[in-house]
Design a protein around this ligand. Structure first.
Ligand SMILES: Nc1ncnc2c1ncn2[C@@H]1O[C@H](COP(=O)(O)OP(=O)(O)OP(=O)(O)O)[C@@H](O)[C@H]1O
Ligand SMILES: [Mg+2]
Length: 226
């Protein structure tokens, strides 16, 4: 059985500004296996978020092949990409990306609207799992940063994705709250078996994963098993 979830082959991404081509990803190759927790590190501007957006089916590569399990994602239409995103991938962002006018419960349930009936029961379970059983009806501006990120983590799980992408999930949090959020993300991997790719600038957090991939100027410069 093929236990690779993510497979990238010579992924390149360029942006054109007027007639000038800016090459951001210059040929990225790596695989992520089912159950792995991988950290992605590298200086600002090295292409980490660009790569995460491609892996998350939010953006398309300029060239190269990208498979999720056996599906060739790099060839899909925008509608098909949206389908992949909703079914297979959960997202956690640095700035939480919650909808300010919605309650915690509505924010968590929202992605379930695209795949099935709105699932408030599961949203309640997930909010309780992340310790927010008494915050169902609070809006994001009534929550602390750590609590907002917990809502976002619950939301990332609503469609029960196999794979979670996190872009600096602790970047806007103080170190103690960041550690609590990291513990929660670690439990998604250890307890719930989620495969995770996480961008971080914090080498201490990267050390808690299985493998660290270093990106510099659009290329992988080294890989290290932790
Ligand atoms: N839509 C776009 N159009 C043009 N250039 C872009 C676009 N998106 C990103 N870039 C450029 O691509 C490069 C990589 O950006 P990216 O956001 O992937 O970096 P990053 O590694 O995530 O950095 P950070 O650690 O600061 O978040 C940057 O030079 C950026 O200016
Ligand atoms: Mg970034």
């Amino acid at each position: 059985m093929n236990n690779q979830i993510i497979s990238l082959e010579d992924i390149k991404k360029s942006y054109f500004i007027k007639d000038t081509e800016f090459s951001v990803l210059k040929g990225i190759d790596f695989d992520i296996k089912k159950g792995e927790f991988v950290a992605l590190m590298g200086p600002s501007g090295s292409g980490k978020s660009t790569l995460l957006n491609i892996i998350g089916a939010l953006d398309k590569p300029s060239s190269g092949k990208y498979h999720i399990q056996d599906r060739l994602v790099s060839d899909l239409s925008s509608d098909q990409l949206a389908d992949i995103r909703n079914k297979y991938i959960g997202f956690i962002f640095q700035n939480f990306n919650l909808i300010p006018t919605l309650s915690s419960l509505e924010n968590v349930a929202l992605p379930s609207f695209y795949t099935e009936q709105e699932n408030y029961d599961r949203a309640k379970e997930l909010l309780s799992m992340v310790g927010l059983q008494d915050k169902f009806n609070n809006k994001p501006n009534e929550l602390s940063g750590g609590q907002r990120q917990r809502v976002a983590i619950a939301r990332s799980l609503i469609n029960n994705p196999e794979f979670i992408l996190a872009d600096e999930p602790t970047g806007n949090l103080d170190s103690i709250t960041g550690k609590e959020i990291m513990d929660l993300i670690l439990s998604l991997n250890k307890k719930y078996g989620k495969t995770i790719l996480m961008v971080t600038h914090d080498p201490h957090l990267a050390q808690l994963t299985h493998r660290v991939i270093y990106l510099k100027d659009g290329r992988i410069t080294k890989e290290k098993s932790v």
